[in-house]
Design a protein around this ligand. Structure first.
Ligand SMILES: [Zn+2]
Ligand SMILES: [Zn+2]
Ligand SMILES: [Zn+2]
Length: 293
C-alpha cells in the first residue's frame, strides 16, 4: 500500500484561527478537535513528509505518530505555513540525538534551500560526513529519485517571490499529484503533466476558497485569493486531467488547504464536495492506494 496521511489541511491561519471571532471559527472552536484543521502537511508511508510546517511537532503528538523512520522532507515552497527551517534545526542533532550515519534529506526550491542555509546550525549541503541534514535543490522540470520515490517537480502558479513547486510522487506503481499551493493550472503546469504522461492515482488540490466564490461570506470584502483555488477550479482540473488521460475513473481527487472564512467545517463541506465528485480532506484522513508489490 501507498499510504497518504493528511496531517494538516488548513490555509496559513489554521482553523479556528486563534484570534478570529468569525462565525466559522467560533463554531469550530466550540466543536473542538473534531472540526479543527492544522497547517497543511502530508506524511507519505512512514518516511516522507511533504511540508515540514509550524504544526509538524504537534501533529505527531495529536496523531500518535512515530516519526523515527522519516528520512525525506519535500517542500512545496517556503511560505511559513509550510516551512519552518528554524524548527528543523531545533529538532536535529546535536539538540536531539540522531544516531551516527542517520541523515535527513531536505528537498526544495532555491528559497527553501537558501533559507535553510541561513539558519545557524544547519550546514550547507554535503558539507561533511557528520552532517545530519543534507539539502537538495529542485527546479521545475527536475525528475529525481528521493529514496524509493520518483519525484517530478512542476512550476506552481502561486507567488512572485519564489518558484513554488508542485510534485508528482511515484511509489510502486502509484502516482500522487501534490497540487498545492497553486492557482488554476496554466500552460506550464499542463505541459509538465503532459510531459510526465502517466496516470495519477491520487490528485491533491489547493482549495483555499472552498465554495466561497459561489457563496461569499457575509460582511467579508470580496477579494479573490491570488495563487489559490476554489471548488470550481478543482472540478475544472479534474475534468481536464480526465480528458487528457492523466486520470481515470479510479483516480481519487482530494481538496485541501482550506481558509477559515469560507467555513471549512468537515461536517459542512464533506457532503458538498462528495456531491461534486471530490473529497474534502480533514486532519487525520488516511488514503491507502494498492501497490503492485
Ligand atoms: Zn499555504
Ligand atoms: Zn475565522
Ligand atoms: Zn503559499
Amino acid at each position: 500500500m501507498t499510504r497518504v496521511h493528511f496531517l494538516g489541511t488548513s490555509a496559513a491561519e489554521g482553523f479556528p484561527a486563534p484570534f478570529c471571532p468569525c462565525p466559522p471559527c467560533s463554531r469550530a472552536r466550540a466543536d473542538g478537535p473534531r472540526a479543527a484543521r492544522s497547517r497543511q502537511s502530508l506524511l507519505i508511508n512512514d518516511d516522507l513528509i511533504v511540508d515540514f510546517g509550524p504544526d509538524s511537532y504537534g501533529q505527531q503528538i495529536w496523531r500518535g505518530l512515530n516519526l523515527l523512520p522519516v528520512r525525506y522532507i519535500l517542500q512545496t515552497h517556503a511560505h511559513r505555513d509550510h516551512y519552518c527551517p528554524d524548527e528543523i534545526r531545533n529538532i536535529l542533532h546535536p539538540k536531539a540525538i540522531m544516531p551516527s550515519g542517520r541523515r535527513l534529506h531536505l528537498y526544495g526550491n532555491a528559497a527553501v534551500i537558501e533559507q535553510a542555509k541561513a539558519v545557524d546550525g544547519i550546514p550547507a549541503s554535503e558539507a561533511g560526513p557528520d552532517d545530519r541534514l543534507l539539502l537538495h535543490l529542485l527546479a521545475p522540470g527536475d525528475r529525481t529519485d528521493i529514496g524509493p520515490y520518483r519525484v517530478t517537480a512542476l512550476p506552481a502558479r502561486h507567488t512572485r517571490s519564489e518558484t513554488a513547486l508542485l510534485h508528482i510522487i511515484e511509489d510502486r506503481g502509484n502516482a500522487i499529484l501534490v497540487g498545492y499551493d497553486s492557482q488554476l493550472f496554466d500552460d506550464a503546469i499542463w505541459t509538465g503533466l503532459e510531459g510526465w504522461g502517466g496516470r495519477l492515482a491520487l490528485v491533491i488540490l489547493d482549495c483555499t476558497m472552498v465554495d466561497g466564490l459561489d457563496n461569499w461570506p457575509e460582511g467579508l470584502e470580496r477579494v479573490v485569493f491570488g495563487g489559490h483555488m476554489s471548488i470550481d477550479d478543482n472540478e475544472a482540473i479534474r475534468d481536464s486531467l480526465l480528458a487528457r488521460g492523466l486520470a481515470d475513473a479510479e483516480t481519487r481527487f482530494v481538496s485541501t488547504h482550506f481558509a477559515h472564512m469560507f467555513d471549512p467545517h468537515p461536517d459542512r463541506i464533506g457532503p458538498l464536495f462528495a456531491a461534486r465528485g471530490l473529497e474534502a480532506a480533514w486532519d487525520g484522513l488516511v488514503i491507502e492506494l494498492p501497490t503492485e508489490d
